[in-house]
Every structure is written in structure tokens, then in C-alpha cells.
Design a protein around this ligand. Structure first.
Ligand code: PNS
Length: 168
């Protein structure tokens, strides 16, 4: 039984993440998508909101479950007895950061937690949650970046934070 974790902030989940979820779900018997804290980022959505959106967008993929954890990825991986993490790679600029985290996880887990990388599909190579938030914060269209249920939630937040760009 091959099981992998796809960890991330998912603030919010984008079509780029969904592409990785779908492809990883065909490579493993089970895929656990886990919302974790990235200490370098201040999130727009609460963990519960992010989990709810992830559950909705992955509800038709039967071998995917969504969870959250406050702590180290390595500790979560041990808790659910899963030693493979999946991460998406968009461009060479992702590589240095991802390589560092992968090495850190392998080292602090005593070699137990390995990371494998899936290259993002070309059409999503530009896409990030940060770009989605920036575009939406100026009233821009994010339809090509996120599914409708996520777009709705992002717009709800932006109408409160940046009402000047969302006048009726
Ligand atoms: O989507 P992101 O923000 O690139 O995801 C980064 C994330 C959440 C996977 C990473 O920050 C993480 O694993 N955080 C939990 C703490 C941890 O285990 N850090 C790894 C050792 S440096």
C-alpha cells in the first residue's frame, strides 16, 4: 500500500495544487493532503477554511483525504505512518527552497521522510496562492487560477479588506 502526504499552506488552493493532487493520486494508493503552517507567511484563510475548500475541490477523488496539523511535517508523517512527501515544482526558482526543506526533513527525521517532486503542468507554472491573493486584492479576475468555490471565498475576504476595488 503506497501512501504519500502532499503538505502545503494552500492559502488558498489553486488549479496548480489541484493538478498536483490529481496526478499524485494516480501514483499512490492513498494521498493525504495536509494543511500545515508556513511560519514565513501570514495566511488569508484560517486552517479550517483551507481544509474545507480542499475537501470540496477534491471530493471526487476517492483516494484523497484532507487533514491539518500544527507542528513539523516530520511529526505528522510519523503520526500517520507515511514516509513520502510530495511537493510540486514550478520553476528553477522553487528548487533551492524545496531542496533545502527536503534535506531538512530527511535529516531531522533520521532519513525516514523522503520528498518526491512532481513538475507542475506548463499552464500552471506561473500560478501561486500569493499571485491569486495579489490579483484579487486589486479587484482582478482569478477565474483562471482557482475553482469557482474558491474564487467566491477569496472575493468575500477581499471585499472586506479592499472594498475600494469591489464597489458594486
Ligand atoms: O505551500 P507552502 O507554504 O510552500 O508549504 C510549506 C510547508 C507548509 C509545507 C512547510 O513550511 C512545512 O512543512 N511547515 C511545517 C513545519 C516543518 O515541518 N518545516 C520543515 C523543516 S524546515
Amino acid at each position: 500500500m503506497k501512501h504519500a502526504i502532499y503538505p502545503g499552506s494552500f492559502d488558498p488552493v489553486t488549479y496548480g495544487h489541484i493538478d498536483i493532487i490529481k496526478r499524485a493520486a494516480t501514483m499512490f494508493d492513498d494521498l493525504t493532503v495536509c494543511v500545515l503552517d508556513n511560519k514565513a507567511k501570514t495566511p488569508l484563510f484560517s486552517v479550517d477554511e483551507r481544509v474545507k475548500m480542499l475537501r470540496k475541490v477534491s471530493e471526487n477523488i476517492t483516494n484523497v483525504r484532507v487533514d491539518s496539523y500544527y507542528g513539523l511535517l516530520m511529526d505528522y508523517a510519523r503520526k500517520i505512518d507515511c514516509h513520502i512527501a510530495v511537493r510540486g515544482l514550478r520553476a528553477v526558482t522553487d528548487f533551492e527552497y524545496e531542496l533545502q526543506i527536503a534535506h531538512a526533513n530527511r535529516t531531522i527525521s533520521g532519513g525516514w521522510l523522503d520528498t518526491i517532486f512532481i513538475t507542475s503542468s506548463m499552464e500552471y507554472a506561473y500560478l501561486s496562492s500569493s499571485a491569486v491573493k495579489e490579483i484579487a486584492s486589486f479587484g482582478g479576475d482569478i477565474k483562471l487560477c482557482v475553482p469557482p468555490i474558491v474564487e467566491e471565498e477569496v472575493i468575500k475576504k477581499m471585499k472586506i479588506r479592499h472594498p475600494e476595488f469591489y464597489k458594486e
